[in-house]
Design a protein around this ligand. Structure first.
Ligand code: BGC
Length: 789
């Protein structure tokens, strides 16, 4: 009896089909409902072992990876591994009882990469990230971050590319293509409208269909159509009353039916949701629930058995999961090395970071004994500098939270300058270095268990006060002062205006004291901004002779800054977001919650205290985000969208615009008219004829970057602007509309420095889409005159 039961099981085992690329339907038919439900739910939280969230039978495959999909061994379905990005592979650098290290390269954060405006370079960075994903045994990297910078206070802006959807879409496309060329997947995130961290899992983002289509979805659309990521991550938040993760209109009607998406959708990392039934997520076309909790498996099984969920919906999602799995290195049995070429990737990060840095100011400066004033940078003859600011010595590679990378090292400013032969004043260096050691140790000792994010990146250490006497001493020793102003931000925390967007009093005093005394001695002051996103500059910028936005440029940061300061790299980065004079200048600030801190409130909740709740946010500003607002209503800004200086100068020829079927072909020649080699970006801003829909004064529709041009050298850049990209969204007709008439293509070096124009006459264009995702509430959209006034 016993023997025959065993042989029966053995026969069933043998008869079970083993997954191949061509037998997916057969495998789906062979799966039990329980197995199907398991495949749609991840294998538990991988970051927090012991949190009780791990599915019992699943092994931890790569330490520190964010999640796994479950294995169903009976059918030859392997588990697959998903590790965080986007600035590199987020896994543990060390493993218990293992002498090897698993550090990954910290690449430049999203804002820095986008500021290169160099899709080819971003693709190369993507290839390097893809290679590390593969060689560290992961199948998917959770990135790129593609939310828009609706407001400068969003804590995760550093992970995102821009306030503009075309920059976001084209840079995102290059990144996805680069990573996926290595045979691993990406998960562009967070789909969609995850433009704030405050109460991100519960907030209802109330936004017009037009702003959704033209801004918040458009970057994803451009990327999906061109690059077909293997996965997309649906965001925690609600959009117009419906959770993104259970939003069939967004995840199926728009994403698949309209854009032709073929991959899977996975949720952002949240458990069983209180107010969103699991079956609604399945029906919506959310294939994978991450990180995955056993209760969600039960939910799916129950919902099918009770008739609340059609098995056809389950099967469709399971099929898509299997289509994803057969592409993965794990399925293909790839033997990963755990030894990516970190040296080669360090060179890529050093160069790409230097190209993303943005020179905001480079004023003429009369050096001692020099006949005339010349721009202070590059400083080829620099010997010794006085380095002020804690972040000169604790340089930020990247931001906080899931987007951080466990890096083998970070090159700080002392090391970076030393590597190009520039010394730093010994006493000041020693004081700061000792302080940094002390402050790091103190931070560790004071660690509050609720503040797990302190292990997730480099938190900001308090700035130290710099006295007049200290500066006096340093002036005598140094040829120049460099002040690094650092800003840190990350997951779960939006930024505050005071002390974060704005300077703190200590920082202001430091800049003023240093500039007073160095200038009095005829020595220049350079400010390095080591921040993933925008900060206030207008109140202090005249104190600095040069200002370089270094962003959070990855682990080679100090080297990249030194390359730019000394002229080894000629800066060619341009801002991908407006730098306003005050944070409140953005119309969205009025509707941007501040003062919410997930970590404090998480502890408050666990102590039984009630927590504040940002229940909804009205996007009253509608499409007037970033330069669309500032340029249309001619508001002053500190630095406009697209801004960035070079050590050389460029001239743009008269462009040509030719209509060629469904796109406009543009051609422009860029000439280096200065004395140093360099690269330039041609930014194409289009103004539409006056027609049926009110539009911003101009919108970026294409860009291209030259190769490194020698003095006197030129290059002709060719760009194609699809006509459908010129259309605006007409809510009344649920259609994209471009009016017939003359379109002006202005090409310039930033949104307020348009150098030349071409025009093209276009017939009317319309494209009907679905009437979905409409707001359910009045958005209190203000009359335009309000903003303009
Ligand atoms: C973040 C995602 C991240 C995921 C996994 C979430 O909290 O929002 O960006 O990929 O965690 O770590």
């Amino acid at each position: 009896m016993m023997a025959s039961a065993l042989s029966l099981t053995a026969t069933a085992q043998q008869a079970a089909p083993q997954l191949t690329e061509t037998n997916i339907d057969e495998v789906v038919s062979a799966m039990t409902l329980q197995e199907k439900a398991q495949l749609l739910v991840g294998g538990g939280h991988q970051h927090f072992e012991g949190s009780g969230a791990m599915m019992g039978h699943q092994k931890k495959l790569v330490a520190g990876a964010a999640g796994i999909t479950v294995a169903i061994e009976r059918l030859g379905i392997p588990a697959t591994v998903m590790a965080d990005g986007p600035a590199g592979v987020h896994i543990d650098g060390q493993r218990e009882g293992d002498p090897n290290t698993y550090y990954a390269t910290g690449f430049p954060v999203g804002t820095c990469l986008a500021s290169t405006w160099n899709t080819e370079l971003v693709r190369q960075v993507g290839e390097a990230i893809g290679d590390e994903t593969l060689e560290y045994g992961c199948d998917v990297i959770l990135g790129p971050g593609m939310n828009l910078h609706r407001n400068p206070l969003c804590g995760r802006n550093f992970e995102y590319y821009s306030e503009d959807p075309v920059v976001t879409g084209l840079i995102g496309t290059a990144m996805v293509q680069g990573v996926q060329s290595k045979g691993v997947g990406t998960s562009p995130k967070h789909f969609a409208v995850n433009s704030q961290e405050s109460d991100r899992t519960r907030v209802d983002e109330r936004v017009s269909q037009r702003a959704l289509r033209e801004l918040y979805l458009r970057g994803f659309e451009l990327m999906v159509r061109e690059a077909q990521p293997w996965t997309i991550m649906s965001s925690y938040n609600i959009i117009n009353g419906v959770y993104a993760q259970g939003n069939r209109d967004m995840l199926t009607t728009i994403l698949r039916d309209e854009w032709g998406y073929k991959g899977i959708v996975e949720t952002d990392w949240i458990g069983k949701r209180e107010k969103l039934p699991t079956e609604q997520e399945v029906k919506a076309g959310n294939e994978l629930m991450m990180p995955g909790f056993p209760a969600q498996v039960d939910d799916i099984v129950k919902a099918v058995n009770d008739g609340r969920l059609d098995i056809k919906d389950v099967d469709r999602n399971v099929r898509r999961m299997l289509e994803y799995i057969v592409k993965t290195p794990r399925f293909k049995g790839y033997k990963f090395s755990n030894k990516p070429d970190l040296k080669a990737h360090a060179a890529i990060t050093r160069q790409s970071a230097a190209e993303g840095m943005v020179l905001l100011k480079n004023a003429p400066f009369t050096k001692p004994n020099a006949p005339q004033a010349v721009p202070v940078l590059p400083m080829k003859e620099l010997k010794t500098v006085a380095l002020f600011g804690v972040n000169s010595y604790d340089f930020f590679s990247g931001g906080l939270g899931s987007g951080c990378v466990n890096v083998p090292y970070v090159v700080d400013m002392v090391q970076g300058l030393k590597n190009v032969g520039v010394g730093t004043t010994p006493l000041l260096t020693e004081i700061y270095q000792n302080y940094v050691k002390y402050a790091r140790a103190k931070l560790k000792a004071d660690k509050n268990p609720a503040m797990w994010f302190l292990d997730q990146g480099q938190p900001k250490l308090d700035e130290i006060e710099i006295s007049e006497r200290c500066v006096q001493h340093e002036v005598g020793e140094a040829d120049a002062a460099i002040i690094t102003i650092g800003r840190q931000a990350g997951e779960g925390m939006d930024r505050q205006i005071e002390g974060e967007f704005n300077l703190s009093d200590i920082e202001r005093d430091m800049i003023f004291r240093v500039s007073d005394q160095f200038h009095a001695s005829g020595k220049p002051v350079i400010v390095i901004i080591n921040s993933g996103s925008v900060m206030e500059t207008a109140s202090w910028r005249d104190r600095a002779d040069a200002i370089l936005v270094a962003w959070q440029p990855g682990m080679e940061g100090g080297n990249s800054v030194a390359d730019v300061l000394t002229g080894k790299a000629n800066p060619s980065g341009h801002l991908t977001m407006t730098w306003p004079i005050a944070a409140t200048d953005h119309p969205s600030t009025k509707n941007f919650p501040t003062g919410y801190d997930m970590y404090t409130y998480t502890s408050m909740e666990s102590w039984g205290m009630s927590i504040p709740f940002v229940d909804y946010v009205n996007h009253e500003e509608d499409i007037y985000v970033g330069y669309r607002y500032f340029d249309t209503f001619q508001k002053p800004v500190a630095y406009p969208f697209g801004y960035g200086l070079s050590y050389t100068t460029f001239e743009f020829s008269k462009p040509k615009a030719v209509v060629n079927g469904d796109y406009v072909a543009l051609e422009i020649t860029v000439k280096n008219t200065g004395a140093l080699s360099g690269k330039e970006v041609a930014q194409v801003y289009v103004s539409a004829p006056k027609g049926s829909i009110e539009k911003p004064v101009h919108e970026l529709k294409a860009f291209a970057k030259t190769r490194e041009l020698k003095p006197g050298e030129s290059q002709t850049l060719r760009m194609e602007v699809p006509v459908r990209l010129l259309a605006s969204f007409d809510e009344a007709g649920s259609q994209w509309v471009a009016d017939a008439g003359i379109y002006t293509f202005s090409i310039g070096a930033n949104s307020r420095d348009l150098r030349c124009t071409a025009t093209a006459k276009l017939p009317a264009y319309t494209e009907q889409v679905h009437n979905v995702m409409a707001p359910q509430h009045e958005l209190k959209r203000r009359p335009i005159a309000h903003f303009a006034g």
